[in-house]
Design a protein around this ligand. Structure first.
Ligand code: GUN
Length: 276
């Protein structure tokens, strides 16, 4: 079987265009502040892409590039200043932060209503409870892709590989809230292949290049690859795309799958925060 390739770039462009229309018709210009600490090359690329997408959609964006040795107090001061700034509706602190800074302390300091990453304990609690709130961008983007691909979640069996706070855990909660039966695995899960074999929906977010191979996939399953692994100057996902595409019903490529959706959902979240 040859699977449908889910075009994340096209869906992301639709989401961004819809946001741009709403922004041009509204009377508030949504404002996003992005803070980046240090010179992690991957983070720099992500932040550049985020700022560029915001500008394209008609958002106001501000970038604060802080030195790798900025103190925690100074960073918290910047967050407090942005919390109080009426032109800023969304605040994003790019992760990872240097080891001398307590990440949890910084994420919790962001006002929950400006937390466009959805990482604040209040927003995580809202997700657990199934209440409205700002949702983490990457899993929210995966949900939009599943919806656009016409995958029905209620009554399905989903396996999430990866248990991070950024993707795996919130992804599992979103699928649970949508009525799926969800199993969360990690790279050390015993009988990983047998577990993944059960899944109608596979979400790979574990950060291991090509961990998920064709033998692990049930025929016709939908496979969403969140992995972005750098290899020989290129990007590869957590899924062995070339083999899995012969078994899956639908699959996201890397690049051009989930990545563009993360950015589109950030714009969507900033708009949501501005009009709330
Ligand atoms: N680092 C990797 N992914 C993300 C993300 O979605 N948000 C933030 N703030 N940092 C990240």
């Amino acid at each position: 079987m040859e699977s449908t390739i889910i075009n994340g770039r096209a869906v992301a462009d639709e989401v961004l265009a819809s946001c741009a229309t709403k922004i041009s018709q509204g009377d508030v210009v949504p404002g996003l502040a992005v803070i980046i600490v240090g010179d992690n090359p991957a983070s720099q690329v992500y932040v550049r892409n985020k700022v560029r997408a915001c500008e394209k959609a008609g958002l106001h964006s501000e970038k604060y590039a802080l030195s790798v040795d900025v103190s925690e107090v100074e960073l918290l001061g910047k967050v407090a200043q942005l919390n109080a700034d009426p032109a800023i509706h969304g605040i994003l602190v790019q992760l990872p932060l240097p080891a001398h800074i307590n990440e949890d302390k910084v994420l919790t300091a962001i006002a929950a209503h400006k937390d466009v990453d959805g990482f604040h304990p209040e927003n995580i609690g809202r997700l657990v409870a199934g209440l409205p709130g700002l949702r983490p961008c990457t899993p929210a983007g995966c949900m939009v892709l599943l919806e656009r691909a016409g995958v029905s979640l209620s009554g399905s069996r989903a396996v999430v590989i990866g248990r991070s706070n950024i993707v795996g855990k919130p992804m599992a909660l979103m699928l649970i809230n949508a009525g799926a039966t969800v199993t969360v695995c990690n790279s050390k899960t015993p009988s990983l292949a047998a577990t993944v074999q059960q899944a109608d929906i596979v979400i790979a977010a574990v950060g291991r290049p090509r961990l998920i191979t064709a033998e692990m996939i049930k025929s016709g399953a939908t496979v969403i690859d969140v992995g972005i692994n750098r290899e020989d100057g290129g990007l590869v996902g957590d899924v062995d795309f070339e083999s899995v595409r012969t078994v899956a019903g639908a699959i996201t490529p890397v690049p051009g799958g989930v990545g563009p959706m993360t950015i589109a959902m950030l714009v969507s979240n900033t708009l949501q925060a501005a009009i709330a």
